[in-house]
Design a protein around this ligand. Structure first.
Ligand code: SF4
Length: 254
């Protein structure tokens, strides 16, 4: 029996609808923005090719490093190192793969802490060039969220990053529809602590979120992310400052 299912049988089980209400009431409270996409959305226009490709690069880098670092490294490679090319993915895959995969290139570009994350930029970029003419917008333009998700998964962008990309595109009206949350470490920690008292795994986080908001758990992503980042810290969570204290298993146990 998984942790949160077990906790549902306890008398102090938080009510899904209460947790959902609290989380949704926080949606939009933080100044969340998606690099390059939000600016276009605020100007009531669709993202252009240069911005779309930079967004895609930042998203690909956005795992196991801070998101701020990922987006900044995408900006730095595109603008400072490569001189803001019209065709970012053509420029990246124009670099010899053998060199890109070398330790020298890993150190030179400084995109990520892990060599595998550096190498996959070239691999995914090659798919974008070969399948979408080097224009990331062609992955999502006039497509539904499930189709975009399927395409990203086919390119092995990764399930959680792919969900994040789809959600960001929905948030900024590049596409229309519904999406699933990204079960990153903040989200898994908050949902796990609320329902079972301890961090959960991605599969369970998705199941819990889908119980609260079936077919559109992306709506919970933003509030969960910010609670995880600001209140529900890995060590010493700030429960006394958290809206969820009355319904949280971890807080009630402490
Ligand atoms: S009450 Fe505490 S443990 Fe529960 S979600 Fe909030 S910060 Fe995390």
């Amino acid at each position: 029996m998984v942790g949160y299912e077990k906790s549902l049988r306890d008398s102090n089980v938080p009510q899904y609808h209460t947790v959902k209400r609290i989380l949704l009431s926080r949606r939009g409270q933080e100044n969340a923005s998606w690099p390059w996409l939000t600016e276009c959305h605020n100007q009531n226009r669709l993202v252009d090719k240069i911005q779309a490709n930079k967004f895609m690069l930042g998203a690909i880098l956005d795992y196991q490093i801070s998101s701020d670092t990922a987006w900044e490294n995408a900006r730095r490679l595109s603008e400072d190192v490569l001189g803001e090319p019209k065709h970012l993915w053509v420029a990246i895959t124009g670099i010899e793969k053998e060199y890109w995969d070398s330790r020298e290139a890993f150190d030179h570009y400084g995109l990520h802490r892990y060599p595998a994350a550096h190498r996959r930029v070239w691999r995914i970029g090659k798919d974008i060039v070969d399948c979408y003419s080097g224009d990331a917008r062609r992955i999502w333009r006039s497509q539904t969220p499930p189709t975009v998700l399927k395409r990203l998964l086919q390119m092995r962008v990764g399930p959680e990053i792919s969900r994040m990309i789809v959600g960001a595109l929905i948030d900024t009206k590049q596409i229309e529809g519904q999406g699933d949350l990204k079960a990153d470490t903040h989200v898994r920690r908050v949902l796990g602590r609320i329902f079972s008292g301890e961090q959960t795994i991605a599969k369970e986080a998705h199941e819990i979120a889908n119980r609260m908001v079936p077919n559109n758990s992306w709506e919970l992503d933003d509030p969960l992310y910010w609670i995880g980042k600001k209140n529900c810290k890995k060590n010493s969570p700030l429960c006394h400052e958290c809206d969820l204290i009355e319904v949280c298993t971890y807080a009630q146990r402490s």
